[in-house]
Write a protein that binds this ligand. Structure first.
Ligand SMILES: [Ca+2]
Ligand SMILES: [Ca+2]
Ligand SMILES: [Ca+2]
Length: 393
């Protein structure tokens, strides 16, 4: 369960800074001939944490990472004692931004009276900024204190279907990773698809509180029946079979950890692989995720406590451990359906039936594998040439 303190504000999504663009203008294309200029980004903490620590709202000693939405070029800089980071020779574009400052247990004790680890100041409300050549003022980005150590993350989504087997696409899976130092339990954890309708142009990206879903499954167990060990990957397969029998270029998922078996449909059930529990999915013959675009969330909340509205169940943002959106063209962020506080960017850019997959970028910190988790899939994910069920590329 995500630990939170009262002073950590609920996700207030309305008060976005004017310079923080939630919707990206897809018309904006960088001009290759344009000369790069220097930009300053200033970080302000709106949660009162830095005020308590330093008497000012500016955030010093923070790391800022930006990535051009169109060109993919990346830059990193640290903020100085005035909370300002300077980036040199930058071309105008929309930039994904992740700004982060660790809060030590000693600092947390000063702020909250509790000596707790795992908190950070993050730019949860603002994942994309616009840097324009004619703007010489510092771009302001707001920060808030959050518990940032989700122990379990979505490490890979494979959905495109294999090469050379016609329209075969039953080898989809989602993979999870325990990146904490302790045993975690999957029991009751929800995997849900984020609802959107391209046909009717409906999505709930700007809902201030809830994910809307028409496909909710959860892990079986009564609390401690299904452990995931530190550093372990867990594969949840659409069908836990050896797909190479039907599609030679596909993969063997018969040893998956879990399987989505839709008991009210003509679906296959490998008796040797534990089934996920279907809580709600009124349509479709299986757990199917989009081949080129979709959004998934992982939530820690009892499914039976969820409320239904119309044809969709509502999942509170506060219960979400991780969320990943992927798009056919991940630079078209105006097509996003998942709220920016959960995922400010998008993975993807994979065509149908290419056998390609997307996984979180791994970094080694102190000899230990960590997967990037900036709540921005544009920064955190990369495309890989083939699926890697149960391991990393
Ligand atoms: Ca199935
Ligand atoms: Ca099964
Ligand atoms: Ca993998």
């Amino acid at each position: 369960m995500k630990k939170r303190f009262i002073y950590v504000f609920a996700l207030a999504l309305s008060a976005l800074s004017l310079q923080c663009d939630q919707l990206v203008n897809s018309e904006l294309k960088p001009d290759a001939k344009e000369r790069g200029i220097d930009y300053k980004i200033i970080l302000n903490d709106e949660s009162g944490t830095m005020q308590k620590l330093t008497g000012k709202n500016i955030v010093c000693n923070a790391l800022i990472h930006i990535k051009s939405n169109t060109l993919g070029t990346e830059y990193t800089a640290a903020t100085d004692s005035n909370g300002v980071a300077t980036f040199h020779d930058i071309i105008s574009d929309d930039y994904h931004i992740s700004a982060s400052r660790d809060l030590s247990a000693d600092e947390m004790e000063l702020v909250s009276g509790h000596k707790v680890a795992g908190y950070k100041l993050l730019n949860r409300k603002c994942g994309v900024i616009k840097l324009l050549a004619n703007n010489t003022l510092p771009v302001e980005v707001s920060m808030e204190a959050v518990f940032a150590g989700s122990p379990i993350v979505i490490s890979e989504i494979y959905a495109s279907g294999p090469q050379g087997s016609g329209l075969y696409y039953h080898d989809k899976y989602v993979e999870l990773f325990n990146q904490s130092d302790s045993v975690q339990y999957l029991d009751g954890l929800i995997i849900a698809r984020v609802y959107s309708s391209e046909v009717y142009g409906i999505n709930y990206r700007n809902d201030p509180e809830f994910i809307h879903s028409e496909a909710i499954w959860y892990f079986p167990g009564n609390g401690k029946d299904y452990p995931i060990m530190p550093g372990q990957y867990i594969v949840c397969a659409e069908d836990a079979i050896d797909h190479r029998i039907n599609a030679p270029n596909s993969i063997d998922l018969s040893h998956s950890n879990f399987e989505f078996f839709k008991d009210d449909a003509p679906d296959v059930d490998n008796q040797a692989v534990t089934n996920m529990v279907k809580f709600y999915q009124p349509s479709g013959n299986d757990w199917i995720i989009g081949g080129e675009r979709d959004a998934l969330v992982l939530a820690r909340i009892p499914a039976k406590s969820l409320v239904i509205k119309g044809s969709q169940y509502l999942i509170p943002y506060s219960s979400i451990l991780d969320g990943v959106e992927y798009l056919k063209d991940p630079t078209m962020l105006n097509k996003k359906t998942l709220n920016d506080a959960i995922d400010a960017g998008a993975a993807g850019g994979i065509q149908f039936y290419t056998g390609k997959s997307m996984e979180r970028i791994s970094v080694t910190v102190g000899g230990k594998t960590q997967l990037l988790d900036n709540n921005n899939s544009s920064l955190d994910f990369k495309i890989i040439d083939h699926p890697t069920p149960g391991y990393h590329f």
